[in-house]
Design a protein around this ligand. Structure first.
Ligand code: NAD
Ligand code: ZN
Length: 246
């Protein structure tokens, strides 16, 4: 294990265009449950297509918001953990180019990362599905908490929706920008992702070398130069020491 950290540091120092791809697993140590962990993952209990898809929002908006809004609202108060913080430092020191994240919790930005591609959107804003008007996310949250479900546009009373990528939604701008950033990527560090959600799960194929940090095995483990099957917090605390960060 000591060797995985040492070798990681060596590979990172040698690489010229390193990107990081994160998933829900990087935020479990900030108190946000992931989807697919054995025993605690949310999708072990519910069907994602039913609960967080575009068709669920269209056909059953009340239930969509009852299921998703309290959960999303709780993400807003979460704090970045050591893994998010070390990644921000690594960017500052030029050791990584940026972070591609599947998370909507905004914790990379809160930790100080500057180049972040949020390929599944975020919880800072929402918009009207009729007129397109944009609002801060608090508009959704406050209306819901006052009992207005589904929340409505102040201008045209169309339904509001969050700026997150739901199942059945097309990918957003950040996804295509992330693909551009991946050009010439000689090292991709994957942190806390089961690598089962497409199209993001194809991204490891764009990198020359892979390091995977994940508690459970992933479909890309066989292709990885290094695999660390344990906590992201532990890995980044040790890596920061090895790289003399701070
Ligand atoms: P996932 O739930 O499919 O996989 C998470 C992986 O992380 C699991 O394999 C688990 O073993 C591992 N893991 C959990 N805690 C860990 C830790 N502390 N250290 C190392 N590994 C750990 O998540 P995914 O691959 O991101 O895909 C699911 C989708 O879930 C994404 O589209 C994302 O938008 C959404 N999601 C986001 C959040 C968030 O914003 N924090 C939370 C839940 C789900
Ligand atoms: Zn409107």
């Amino acid at each position: 294990e000591k060797d995985i950290i040492k070798e990681s540091a060596e590979i990172i120092k040698k690489s010229r265009h390193t990107l990081v791809l994160t998933g829900a697993g990087i935020s479990t140590e900030s108190g946000i449950p992931d989807y697919r962990s054995k025993g605690t993952g949310l999708w072990e209990k519910y069907d994602p297509i039913q609960k967080a898809s575009l068709s669920a929002l269209m056909h059953n908006p009340k239930e969509f918001y009852e299921f998703n809004l309290p959960r999303w609202s709780s993400y807003i108060d979460a704090k970045p953990n050591i893994a998010h913080k070390v990644l921000a430092l690594m960017e500052e020191q030029g050791l990584i180019y940026g972070v591609i994240t599947q998370n909507i919790d905004g914790l990379h930005i809160k930790a100080g990362s500057k180049k972040v591609w949020e390929v599944h959107g975020h919880l800072r804003t929402c918009h009207c599905m009729e007129c397109g008007r944009s609002y801060p996310f608090t508009e959704l949250k406050e209306q819901y908490e006052k009992g207005v479900n589904p929340p409505r546009c102040r201008k045209c009373s169309g339904m509001l929706r969050p700026d997150v990528v739901l199942f059945e939604d097309p990918m957003g701008k950040d996804y295509y920008r992330a693909l551009e950033a991946l050009r010439g990527c000689d090292l991709l560090i994957v942190v806390g992702s089961s690598l089962q959600v497409y199209p993001v799960a194809d991204m490891p194929g764009y990198a020359e070398k892979l390091i995977i940090i994940n508690r459970e095995p992933t479909p890309w483990d066989k292709k990885a130069t290094l695999v660390f099957h344990s906590s992201a917090g532990e890995y980044f605390a040790k890596l920061a020491r090895e790289l003399n960060l701070e």
